[in-house]
Design a protein around this ligand. Structure first.
Ligand code: AMP
Ligand code: TRP
Length: 326
């Protein structure tokens, strides 16, 4: 079977270097083989409240950033989830086959709902919509971070059960988790993942941050006191994270990077890390601004949604007919 890839990112805030290394960069590489489908998952974003103006801007920003980093709409499909109604329709059907017990075991839901006074039904149901995204396209591979593996397993499980009940209709997907770069850590607290969350601005390198800000953040990144530049995430999380970032943006191998930095100070090392990050960021920021044109983006996304619907709709129709809808 041809390799078919589906993945999504929520347009829910400031994109950062972790998103690039852990997701977008993998997507660009994935375009080298198979057929790839990439989605701006706005229906997933609203499982927690999104300011309407910000959601609009974030959706355009995300699409423009994906084009800037190298997603090529002539090779791959790029579209917005809410532009194809099949996603919400299949999610409803899957709801009726997923059990409360199964959904209650999802760790992302547990984490995201912890300590909240009210939680939307949508947040609970998030994995059903994600399963619909994946199954509508006969996806074989789903590039995601470690945290999303459980959702892909749930997708396999529901697909298998429906196939058993109604005859083969869905393809069973597998998660592809990057071996390196899957966890870029916060610069201010290298025990925590770099994240969109607003309470850790000094630990997060935004893809649209000014280079002055990035310099400040890298130069004040938390390290340790033994002055050796070696990759050892367990004992030297700060230095290892900077090494990882350096290798990911410059393309230099870890072994060569450690050799190159074997006899310099932490200050000089941080300057080198900043220089390679700044080279990378200035290039993608320039491309981002070229791509951030609403008319052009709308045309690209509309074309993507039409092509997506042409693939998903026959599969949804087949499901309707097997269930017994007239
Ligand atoms: P999120 O920011 O949680 O919406 O994640 C969007 C994508 O970026 C997902 O595929 C995540 O696995 C990936 N991602 C988010 N944060 C990081 C990080 N710190 N390191 C690596 N990948 C990340
Ligand atoms: N849940 C994913 C995340 O938080 C985003 C997502 C939505 C997704 N639908 C998907 C990823 C389908 C892969 C396939 O990162």
């Amino acid at each position: 079977m041809e390799k078919r890839v589906f993945s999504g990112i929520k347009p829910s805030g400031n994109l950062h270097l972790g998103n690039y290394i852990g997701a977008m960069k993998q997507w660009v590489k994935s375009q080298e083989d198979g057929f790839n489908i990439f989605c701006v998952v706005d229906l997933h974003a609203i499982t927690v409240f999104q300011d309407p103006t910000e959601l609009k801007n974030n959706s355009y920003d995300l699409a423009a950033m994906l084009l800037a980093v190298g997603i090529d709409p002539t090779k791959s499909l790029l579209f917005v989830q809410s532009h194809n109604p099949d996603h919400a329709n299949l999610a409803w059907i899957l709801n009726c086959y997923l059990s409360m017990g199964q959904m209650n075991r999802m760790t992302q839901y547990k984490e995201k709902s912890e300590g909240k006074d009210t939680v939307s039904v949508g947040l609970f149901d998030y994995p059903s919509l994600m399963a619909a995204d994946i199954l509508l396209y006969k996806t074989t591979h789903v590039p995601v971070g470690e945290d999303q593996k459980q959702h892909v397993e749930l997708t396999r499980d529901i697909a298998e059960r429906i196939n058993k009940k109604y005859g083969d209709i869905f393809v069973l997907p597998q998660a592809s988790i990057p071996k390196v770069g899957g966890r870029i850590m916060s610069l201010s607290n290298p025990a925590k993942k770099m994240s969109k969350s607003v309470d850790d601005p000094s630990g997060t390198i935004g893809l649209l941050d000014s280079l002055d800000d990035v310099k400040k953040k890298i130069m004040s990144a938390v390290t340790d006191s033994d002055n050796k530049i070696v990759y050892d995430p367990e004992n030297k999380p700060g230095i290892s994270n900077l090494l990882e970032i350096y290798c990911q943006v410059s393309g230099v191998e870890m072994k060569d990077a450690q050799e190159k930095f074997s006899s310099i100070s932490y200050g000089a090392f941080k300057t080198e890390v900043f220089e390679s990050v700044s080279l990378f960021l200035s290039e993608i920021q320039q491309k981002f601004h070229e791509k951030r044109n609403i008319n052009d983006l709308s045309a690209t996304l509309e074309d993507g949604a039409k092509k997506a619907y042409a693939i998903s709709h026959p599969i949804l129709q087949e499901m309707y007919s097997r269930i017994g809808f007239i």
